[in-house]
Design a protein around this ligand. Structure first.
Ligand code: SF4
Length: 196
């Protein structure tokens, strides 16, 4: 499947389907193993991500690396991407921009076919709730929860988490995020056991 992902990456790099293309230095397609069991979805590229063309490389990315490390994962173990692929100067995407961009994310999920999808923040959670048909009430109520959804071919587990950037802005939230990730250890253990 990796050649199909690469083909999709090239399409995204040249995409002009919504006005956000005018903001970008580099589109941020996503990175990780094309057959990853765990996929992480954030909102969209910030300043540093836009410059490097890679997801989660700024301060929030460093925090995410620590969170992954805390459950025995490395970045290279997971596929990381965003709902929107071009720079969001104000960290917000309109409904039209999300609608224009999410067919790319739909295709990434189809090609990677992960067992677990971790939605980071409200925009990712809302996208996942629409895609898989569950109700997203609020991150306050649903953070850390595992939602099992059935697709045509299998059961996928969705996990909703606060976005790491929220933890940087709000120290009490940082502790909640660290606790939520701590609870993922048993899931990571199960994924590894299945692979052995
Ligand atoms: S944000 Fe998505 S839809 Fe809009 S131009 Fe970039 S890649 Fe295309």
């Amino acid at each position: 499947m990796s050649h199909e992902l690469e083909r999709l990456r090239k399409i995204v790099e040249e995409c002009r389907k919504c006005p956000l293309w005018k903001n970008r230095t580099k589109a941020v397609f996503g990175e990780g193993p094309p057959n990853a069991d765990i996929m992480l979805i954030g909102l969209g590229p910030g300043y540093n991500e836009d410059k490097e063309g890679r997801p989660f490389v700024g301060a929030a990315g460093k925090f995410l690396n620590k969170l992954l490390d805390s459950v025995g994962l490395k970045r290279e173990d997971v596929y990381i991407t965003n709902v929107v692929k071009c720079y969001l100067p104000e960290n917000k995407a309109t409904d039209e921009e999300i609608k224009a961009c999410t067919p790319y994310l739909d295709k990434q999920i189809e090609l990677i076919d992960p067992e677990y999808i971790i939605g980071l923040g409200n925009t990712a959670a809302e996208y996942l709730s629409r895609k898989y048909g569950f109700q997203f009430t609020s991150m306050e109520k649903m953070h850390g929860s595992v939602i099992k959804v059935s697709t045509i071919s299998k059961e996928v587990k969705i996990i909703l988490m606060y976005h790491p950037a929220a933890g940087l802005r709000n120290p009490p939230l940082r502790k909640i995020i660290e606790d939520d990730w701590g609870k993922l250890s048993h899931i990571i253990y199960d994924v590894r056991k299945e692979k052995m």
